[in-house]
Structure formats: structure tokens, C-alpha cells
Design a protein around this ligand. Structure first.
Ligand code: FAD
Ligand code: NAP
Length: 326
């Protein structure tokens, strides 16, 4: 039978934003419930070293997220393995329904659903997904020992993926649509000096080519963005690392969004266009998209939810105003 579960604060998402919100909300005695989603720990669980989390010169992403989860549990957060499939923010208490059939109701909600990898949108990319096309070198790099691979993208993710793949592959070609990378300089420096890496500037990938029996990638067809010249790059693995899209599907018709789907929050705040609904982390941040900024926003969201609930309680306790004229 389906269950209904009430909490003062419901936190949706288990990345750095969600777990930090959970720690602060628990310590404020709000007894939050956190729903983890299909990626417990969020994006950092698909990377290796994290080198910019303060206090750890170097920490493995999955280890850091296990520690964050343990911290949230230790201070009293109820953590639930479920995925929210629908959300009704039109009235309080807000209602969320999970894949499990559970209905979650709450007086305030913190949305921390993060972001997901973007794909090029090519039919051939879709055809070879899981058969040589991947968006996660950490997950799949091992399969390409001694083989040639291609990475597309020019940001931190693409450069990190390319560098990580040099541990396995015989050659890594990074294809980028411009003639400069947007990745941090220190990463660019590492990439440029790695003898296994070749960079194909000013190219887009227009097709993934391969065989069907057995299904597998054999190369990518790249086009020079200025001359139109086609280059075929042989490879067994094609890694798409062109950024991420905010996971705002649940709220796209309920909250104000901007910049391609990021939830709008008030200046210096995590408050959204609906009172009692707060958004934190990559879901709302199209600029920084870092673990530490997400965690910071998780903290803000919990403190703001606490203040919101206290104000609601106060308003309910006020005696009804008596009209002096009566
Ligand atoms: P996410 O980490 O994206 O987590 C989102 C959470 O929401 C997930 O737990 C998911 O399961 C949950 N969720 C989504 N939809 C639902 C739903 N409908 N119901 C319930 N739950 C849901 N940043 C750094 O600072 N340093 C790094 O070294 C670094 N390396 C990175 C390497 C890679 C490969 C990638 C992809 C990113 C990296 N980043 C790094 C960026 C960093 O991971 C993100 O900024 C950060 O994880 C965002 O945290 P978040 O809590 O907002 O969301
Ligand atoms: P990103 O910074 O948005 O970069 C996306 C890259 O893909 C850009 O170079 C972009 O090209 C290219 N691109 C986008 N759409 C494309 C398309 N359709 N075809 C070809 N190329 C396309 O994304 P990201 O690298 O995933 O990083 C996301 C966030 O996570 C960033 O804030 C980043 O700092 C953070 N992150 C941090 C670390 C770290 O700190 N070590 C590691 C990973 C990620 P243009 O450059 O031309 O726009």
C-alpha cells in the first residue's frame, strides 16, 4: 500500500547541496527527509580526484560523497532511496510523489537535483550509447586499454576526462569546436604536455561510425567548422563531455527558469518564485557549478527554510486581529 510521509523540510537530491542542506536543517531540529534520487551522491560519484574541496588536498569524489552522506545521517537526517517523479508546488503542504509510490508532503522544500550530462543529439551517438559512446570516462575508461579514444568538449570535464583516459588508451584525441579551451589553465597545461594527447581544434563531430555485429564504435567523423573539411578519426571509444543541463524537469512549469533551464533564485538567496521553495547547487547555478558552491547554497537553503518556517509558525500563533470599530 502506498505511504504518505510528512516532514517539515523535504530535501530532493543527494549531491553536495542536498547533503549540506540536510546537515544544517538537522542541526536546526527540523528533522528533514532527504530523497536521494537515482544517483546517490550526485555528480562527484562519477569522478576520481577532487582537488579543490577545502581541507582535502586530494580526495576521491565517491569517498567524499560517502562521508557527506554519513555526516547527514549522523546529525539525524532521514535518508530515503527514492526518485521523485512529480511535484505539486501549487499549495502548502507541498506534495512530491516518488517512484516507490510514497507521497511526500512538506511545509518547505529544498530542491537540489543538480545537473545531468548533455549529449550532442546525433542519432549515431544514441545508437552507440553503451557500445563505445559514453559520458563518463571514470566509469568506462578501463574498457579502452591500449585503444584509441576521442573526447569532445573544451571545459574542465573534457580535459579531465581526456587526461584520465591517457591512463588506459594508447591515444586520446580531444575534439573542440573553437581554437581555445575554457578549462582551467592548470588542467590545460597538463593536457598540452601529455604525449598521448592530440587536439583537433575548430572541429565538430557530425557522426559516430561503427559496426553492428557486434555493435561497436570504429571512429568519428569530424567537420572543420570554418572550411567544412571532413576528418575521420579512428577510435573504439567516444566520450561526450560538453557540459551539463540542470535537472529542472520537475519544476519547469511551476518555477521561473532562465539560461537554459536553471531555477531562478532571488539575489543573495536560494528563495525561488514560490515562498517555501528553495533551490540550491547546480540546479540554480549556471556560472560556478562547483561542489563547494553547491554546498554553500545548500547551507543557505536550510537556513532560509528554517527562517521561513519560523515566520509561518509565528503568523499562525498571532491572535486574529479584532476590528476596533466593532
Ligand atoms: P549533483 O551533484 O548533480 O546531485 C544531484 C542530486 O539530485 C543527485 O543525487 C540525484 O540523484 C538527485 N536527483 C536528481 N533528480 C532527482 C529527482 N527527481 N528525485 C530525487 N533526486 C533527484 N566540482 C568541483 O568542485 N571539483 C571537482 O573536481 C569537480 N569535478 C567534477 C567532475 C565531473 C566528471 C563532473 C561531472 C562534475 C565535477 N564537478 C566538480 C562539479 C560538481 O560535481 C557539481 O558542481 C556538484 O556535484 C553539484 O552538486 P549538487 O548537489 O548541486 O548536484
Ligand atoms: P562547460 O564548462 O559548460 O564546458 C562545456 C564544453 O563543451 C565547452 O568547451 C563547450 O564549447 C563545449 N560544447 C558545448 N556544447 C557543445 C556541442 N554541442 N558540440 C561541441 N562542443 C560543445 O562544462 P563542463 O566542462 O562539464 O563543466 C561544468 C562545470 O563543472 C564547470 O563549472 C566546471 O568548472 C565544473 N567542473 C569542475 C572541475 C574541477 O574543478 N576540476 C571538473 C569538472 C567540472 P565552448 O567552449 O565553445 O562553449
Amino acid at each position: 500500500m502506498s505511504e504518505t510521509k510528512y516532514s517539515k523540510v523535504l530535501i530532493v537530491g543527494s549531491g553536495p547541496a542536498g547533503y549540506t542542506a540536510a546537515v544544517y536543517a538537522s542541526r536546526a531540529m527540523l528533522e528533514p527527509v532527504l530523497v536521494q534520487g537515482i544517483q546517490p551522491g550526485g555528480q562527484l560519484t562519477i569522478t576520481t580526484e577532487v582537488e579543490n574541496w577545502p581541507g582535502d588536498t586530494e580526495v576521491q569524489g565517491p569517498d567524499l560523497m560517502v562521508r557527506m552522506e554519513a555526516h547527514a545521517r549522523a546529525v539525524g537526517t532521514e535518508i530515503i532511496s527514492d526518485h521523485i517523479q512529480s511535484l505539486d508546488l501549487s499549495k502548502r503542504p507541498f506534495t512530491a510523489v516518488g517512484d516507490s509510490g510514497t507521497t511526500y508532503t512538506c511545509d518547505a522544500i529544498i530542491l537540489a537535483t543538480g545537473a545531468q550530462a548533455k549529449w550532442l543529439g546525433l542519432p549515431s551517438e544514441e545508437h552507440f550509447k553503451g557500445f563505445g559512446v559514453s559520458a563518463c570516462a571514470t566509469c568506462d575508461g578501463f574498457f579502452y586499454r591500449g585503444q584509441e579514444v576521442v573526447v569532445i568538449g573544451g571545459g574542465n570535464t573534457a580535459v579531465e576526462e581526456a587526461l584520465f583516459l591517457t591512463n588506459f588508451a594508447s591515444k586520446v584525441t580531444l575534439v573542440h569546436r573553437r581554437d581555445s579551451l575554457r578549462a582551467e589553465k592548470i588542467l590545460q597545461h597538463r593536457l598540452f604536455k601529455n604525449p598521448k594527447v592530440e587536439i583537433l581544434w575548430d572541429h565538430s563531430v557530425e557522426e559516430v561510425v561503427g559496426a553492428d555485429n557486434p555493435r561497436g564504435v570504429e571512429g568519428v567523423r569530424a567537420r572543420h567548422v570554418k572550411t567544412g573539411e571532413i576528418t575521420e578519426i579512428p577510435c573504439k571509444g567516444f566520450f561526450v563531455a560538453i557540459g551539463h543541463a540542470p535537472a529542472s524537469e520537475l519544476v519547469k512549469d511551476q518555477l521561473d527558469l532562465h539560461n537554459g533551464g536553471y531555477v531562478v533564485t532571488k539575489p543573495d538567496s536560494t528563495a525561488t518564485s514560490i515562498p517555501g521553495v528553495f533551490a540550491a547547487g547546480d540546479l540554480t547555478d549556471h556560472i560556478y557549478r562547483q561542489a563547494v558552491t553547491s554546498a554553500g547554497m545548500g547551507c543557505m537553503a536550510a537556513l532560509e527554510a528554517e527562517k521561513f518556517l519560523a515566520e509561518q509558525e509565528e503568523a499562525e500563533e498571532q491572535p486574529a486581529t479584532v476590528d476596533a470599530a466593532e
